[in-house]
Design a binder for this molecule. Structure first.
Ligand SMILES: C[S@@+](CC[C@H](N)C(=O)[O-])C[C@H]1O[C@@H](n2cnc3c(N)ncnc32)[C@H](O)[C@@H]1O
Length: 230
């Protein structure tokens, strides 16, 4: 684990701080993934097996489970899993299995998945290990299975790195006590492993994925919808 210590129970607070994930937003994502993927296959349904890697406090896993899909929620932090499990119980989402494991250690024992999802977690790994994670993700998916990735991924021109990073932090950092602060984002850039979109895309292709949709939502965030082709 790099950067933030997610084993620290206090980090579960991010659930309240963050603006990018809430039950409503994750429900919208579950629905949107279905619509986006309709050209190739149906969206997440009760017949599907979904793996959420770096599931955190479980917002996406719970909403995916409420569609009837069977969800494997994987996170390296027991503090996160304990919190997510409690939320799942309250939401009445029983078709979730929680696993304390990581991108590089989770052994998928169930039938091959229809979906693997990872949001705001992959930047924890340096690029060499991201490639390993992509290969492992491809191996968890059935042929034509779908991989959805969202993370802090940089699409600004590399020569503009200083201005782009500073602008990003100015735009998103919150005052102390109200969410992620300037020093949290500075730590992310210094100690964690967000990288450029052309590196991520090269890795996805080499892992056997076809990128069917790439959204650079801002110069510092991206999301990908990929299909396992080989
Ligand atoms: C910022 S949270 C994001 C959680 C959730 N996906 C979301 O979008 O709200 C990052 C999560 O990744 C987990 N994590 C850190 N290192 C990991 C690893 N090597 N493998 C899997 N999960 C990891 C952390 O414990 C944390 O729960």
């Amino acid at each position: 684990m790099a950067g933030v210590d997610f084993e620290d129970a206090a980090q579960v607070e991010y659930d309240r701080n963050q603006t990018s994930s809430s039950p409503e937003k994750e429900q919208a994502l579950v629905t949107r993934l279905g619509i986006t993927a309709e050209v190739t296959r149906l969206g997440i349904t009760a017949e599907h097996t979904v793996i959420d890697l770096g599931a955190g406090t479980g917002n996406f896993a719970i909403q995916a489970a409420l569609t009837g899909a069977f969800v494997h929620a994987v996170d390296i932090s027991q503090a996160m899993l304990t919190y997510a499990q409690r939320k799942a119980e309250i939401a009445g989402a029983t078709n979730i299995k929680f696993h304390q494991a990581g991108f590089l250690s989770y052994e998928h024992q169930d039938k091959l998945a229809d979906w693997v999802v990872t949001k705001n977690a992959l930047h924890i790994l340096p690029d060499f290990w991201k490639m390993t994670a992509f290969l492992r993700i491809a191996a968890m998916l059935q042929s034509k299975g779908i991989f959805y990735l969202r993370d802090a991924i940089f699409s600004f021109p590399p020569a503009d790195y200083e201005a782009s990073i500073n602008q990003w932090i100015r735009q998103v950092a919150k005052p102390e006590g109200e969410g992620w602060t300037t020093s949290d984002f500075e730590m992310h850039v210094c100690e964690e492993h967000s990288t450029y979109e052309w590196i991520i895309e090269g890795m996805l292709i080499r892992a056997g994925f076809e990128i069917v949709e790439a959204n650079y939502t801002t110069p510092t965030y991206a999301e990908y919808l990929c299909i396992k082709t080989s």
